[in-house]
Design a protein around this ligand. Structure first.
Ligand SMILES: Nc1ncnc2c1ncn2[C@@H]1O[C@H](COP(=O)(O)OP(=O)(O)O)[C@@H](O)[C@H]1O
Ligand SMILES: C=C(OP(=O)(O)O)C(=O)O
Ligand SMILES: [K+]
Ligand SMILES: [Mg+2]
Length: 575
């Protein structure tokens, strides 16, 4: 169903139950100058065998002016942003910061939270369990005691082939120098010898093949196999970093190799158990090969964790690109891990691959993070390059849900500045996208299989079309599991989406979702009551004022009558 209209609609009441009414107050809808309806087959609820009602209401609601008891879980940062910049000034693109030694003190973490960090990422490749635990607890403390809303993500180490130089400093490889790649284990370093961390690393490799280090830092040609090892000549000189990664090429093509390593190692599983015990919100799984490991982990979480922890798949290998759709479908979200992806595929392919992945995620309604090297020069310098700002802007223009800092925040001297560059750059590009009104051009794939899912999807699609056409100031959605909020976000509406939920896991998960401000509050089966209460609370905080227009979408399954789902769209002006 598509609804087009304008604010003059208010005061009119259109109620559709079971089938579309063709006339409002005697005026045929199709001939009304103000609005028109078109019906999609999905919404032919009269044929429904289930007790589902689709109700579209456009009505004027009077605010009562009285303030009810209850609280509204506005985090301090969104509250301030909203007061300072108004509804349209709220940033839509979410920001993820990798926490490392440069920002792990409580003061630094608080500064990042104030500067807009939505999610803190802990890379389990580095540092100790105790260190990570300490950081997680500091973040939870800031949330609880100071009113921030920062979600916590752990990122698994994963199984990958990398080298050990036996020292923490990098080594230079000169042209034509001869090197030996071995699986032999020894202490310290030996000249021209590189340890690989996996016995089978040279399987299927022939002489004449090329070994590319870290996506092009240096290149070697294989001269001969010596046992499990490889004797090689450096053909393109460069730097070998302490944990450098390898890829193998033949005749200019990458050798896709399945190393038979499980996606989640024993260490990863123990990090996951640790994460569950620390009440984290997201697990990002490194080097995902197919949907199997993701499904397995999600099943495991369902049985072992009382809260809903979201599983994100990192796309950073050729295998994961080949099975992109199945992985996106199986996971709760995606990280485009451009760092390792750039080791596996030619760099010039990364921009188009990023565009394709963000598109697939949007179609399948999964949040997507664009990660790695967004502002890499800021690890060392206080300003970004122009090219980096352009890269950030492009990710925003592609409507990625979130952008991520790695070394910039973890070890850089200018982490706060880098976060502020992400914030200002994304706000500017979002404004330009809004002015272009690009979201109306996007064709959305139909997702729902069941009738209730189809109704939810159609309601959200038309709610966003309506919100943009009417130019409302904000969209309010009442949601227990976040589904309706994500379906609204998927349409990338001009106004911000305030998602009221009574489930704290839902609130923390929605932190990653484009344009959604999640708010924790009590919800009852009485929808009118929920709306009235939240509007009054927001009004009392001075965040909405008279004549502001709000579009309200609700999706509450009454606990008392579980078979009836009530979904509606309402538009109201504040009186
Ligand atoms: N928890 C940590 N403790 C120490 N250093 C860290 C931590 N997290 C990240 N770093 C540092 O920040 C750099 C960038 O982080 P990231 O991109 O997540 O890791 P990697 O370089 O291993 O892919 C890392 O190379 C590492 O030097
Ligand atoms: C984000 C990435 O993963 P990690 O930093 O864990 O290597 C990446 O490879 O881009
Ligand atoms: K990792
Ligand atoms: Mg990686």
């Amino acid at each position: 169903m598509a609804v087009v209209g304008d604010l003059a609609l208010m005061g009119t009441k259109i109620k559709l139950i079971g089938k579309l009414e063709k006339r409002v107050f005697g005026v045929p809808l199709s001939t009304s100058p103000r609005f028109s309806f078109s019906q999609t087959r999905n919404l032919d609820v009269s044929k429904s065998r289930t007790a589902v009602r689709a109700v579209l209401q456009v009505e004027k609601i009077q605010s009562s002016g009285e303030l009810k008891e209850g609280s509204l879980g506005f985090d301090v940062v969104s509250e301030r942003e909203l007061k300072e910049n108004g509804f349209l000034g709220l940033r839509k693109t979410k920001l993820v910061c990798t926490i490392g030694p440069a920002c792990s003190s409580i003061d630094e973490l608080e500064k990042l939270a104030i500067a807009g960090m939505n999610v803190a990422r802990l890379n389990m490749c580095h540092n100790s369990r105790e260190w990570h635990q300490d950081v997680i607890r500091k973040i939870k403390k800031l949330n609880q005691e100071k009113g921030y809303c920062v979600s916590v993500m752990i990122d698994t180490e994963g199984n990958q082939i990398q080298v050990d130089l036996g020292s923490s400093s990098s080594v230079k490889a000169e042209e034509d120098s001869i090197w030996y790649f071995t699986t032999e284990k020894f202490e310290g370093s030996r000249p021209f010898t590189i340890q690989a961390n996996y016995e089978g690393f040279s399987e299927g490799v022939n002489s004449g093949d090329e070994i590319v280090i870290d996506g092009g830092m240096a290149t070697f040609e294989v001269i001969e196999k010596v046992g499990n090892g490889l004797r090689c000549k450096c053909t393109d000189p460069g730097l070998l970093l302490p944990r450098a990664k390898l890829s193998f090429w033949r005749d200019g093509k990458l050798l896709g190799r399945d190393y038979d390593l499980p996606t989640l190692s024993t260490k990863d599983w123990s990090d996951i158990v640790f994460g569950i015990s620390e009440n984290i919100d997201f697990i990002a799984v490194s080097f995902v090969k197919d949907a199997g490991a993701i499904t397995h982990l999600r099943d495991y979480l369902t049985t072992t964790s009382s809260k809903a922890i979201k599983v994100l798949a990192k796309i950073e290998s050729l295998e994961s690109l080949r099975r992109l759709e199945e992985i996106v479908e199986a996971s709760d979200g995606i990280m485009i891990a451009r760092g390792d992806l750039g080791v596996e595929i030619p760099l010039e392919q990364i921009p188009s691959v990023q565009k394709d992945i963000t598109y697939v995620c949007r179609q399948l309604n999964k949040p997507v993070i664009v990660a790695s090297q967004l502002l890499e020069s800021m690890v060392e310098y206080p300003t970004p390059t122009r090219a980096e700002v352009a890269d950030v802007s492009e990710a925003v223009r592609q409507y990625a849900d979130a952008l991520m800092l790695s070394g910039e925040s973890a070890i850089g001297s200018y982490g706060m500045k880098a976060l502020s560059v992400l914030r200002t750059t994304s706000t500017r590009m979002e404004q330009s996208c809004r002015e272009e009104n690009r979201q109306t051009l996007l064709h959305q794939r139909k997702l729902g299989a069941s009738l209730p899912d189809q109704i939810a999807e159609q309601i959200c699609n038309c709610a966003v079309e309506m919100a943009d056409n009417l130019g409302v100031d904000a969209i309010f959605v009442y949601t227990r599991h976040g589904k309706m909020a994500s379906l609204l976000s998927r349409n990338r509406p001009n106004p911000p989406v305030f998602a009221f939920t009574n489930n704290s896991s839902t609130q923390m998960a929605l932190n990653l979702q484009w344009g959604v401000t999640p708010l924790l509050t009590d919800l009852s089966d009485d929808m009118e009551g929920n709306v009235k209460k939240t509007v009054e609370l927001i009004k009392a905080k001075g965040m909405i004022k008279k004549d502001d227009a709000i579009l309200v979408v609700s999706d509450i399954i009454p606990i008392s009558t579980a078979q009836t789902i009530f979904q509606s769209i309402q538009v109201m002006t504040i009186t």
